[in-house]
Design a protein around this ligand. Structure first.
Ligand code: ZN
Length: 236
């Protein structure tokens, strides 16, 4: 019978096993799979699933950081991943996505998670964004993609799937600059998974050396008792 904390630790280590050392795309896919997101989900729904997974593994309070674009001060701030997940749920009004180009009205297809898989080959993030926006035009892909058209597609997609981008309004404590900090959810969650997994491995390592216990035996210890043994072993 494992406690909730022990189950979370096992889930974090299992996720780390699947994703450590992989390329960014495969790592994101492993996180999305663990979050229960489907390939046909919108980007916003995928983000909401990642935030729910984060809440389940680490609790709702979420410490984030972003560098001020003016003075580069590292700004730390708190968010609530449970509240954010609720807010990122895709809109249900069903209003179609469309843009007007050259007197024609074009329907847009909302990008889904499987669209992201094909972007790994793009040379940089700007090229990837361009490729993704072009896909959303579907049958109208013969339309020339000038910057104005790309901007129109982007703002319409943001209206239809506002959860696709997670941004926070921040004020720099050093220079007072106010800006919109965009947080990439999957890498932020991965950093937490990696830090937690490495902490678990260090604890197993310390107690295995000191007492000769197996990994399973160390992981099965209630957390309070593990902390006490770590203290006795001089490892914390
Ligand atoms: Zn600043």
């Amino acid at each position: 019978m494992h406690s909730a904390a022990a189950r979370r630790e096992q889930d974090i280590l299992a996720l780390w096993d699947r994703a450590a050392g992989r390329a960014r795309r495969q790592r994101d896919d492993a996180l999305l799979a663990a979050a229960g997101a489907a390939a046909t989900d919108s980007i916003g729904a995928g983000n909401a699933a990642l935030l729910s997974l984060r809440t389940r593994l680490f609790g709702a309070p979420w410490r984030l950081r972003a560098a001020c674009p003016i003075c580069h001060t590292d700004c730390e701030f708190m968010a609530d991943s449970a509240v954010l997940a609720d807010g990122l749920a895709p809109p249900t009004d069903g209003a179609p996505c469309r843009i007007a180009i050259g007197g024609r009205e074009l329907m847009l297809r909302l990008p889904v998670l499987s669209d992201l898989a094909g972007l790994a080959a793009a040379s940089d993030s700007a090229a990837a964004a361009r490729l993704l926006l072009a896909r959303c035009l579907g049958d109208s892909s013969a339309i020339p993609l000038d910057q104005d058209t790309l901007n129109k597609i982007e703002s319409e997609l943001e209206r239809c799937d506002p959860g696709a981008v997670l941004a926070f309004t921040l004020d720099c404590p050093d220079c007072g600059h106010a800006w919109q900090a965009v947080i990439d959810i999957a890498p932020a969650l991965w950093a937490e998974v990696q830090a937690a997994a490495e902490r678990s491995l260090l604890e197993v390592d310390a107690l295995a050396r000191e007492y000769g216990w197996s990994e399973a035996e160390v992981l099965a210890l209630p957390h309070v008792r593990r902390a006490a043994y770590l203290q006795l072993a001089g490892a914390s």
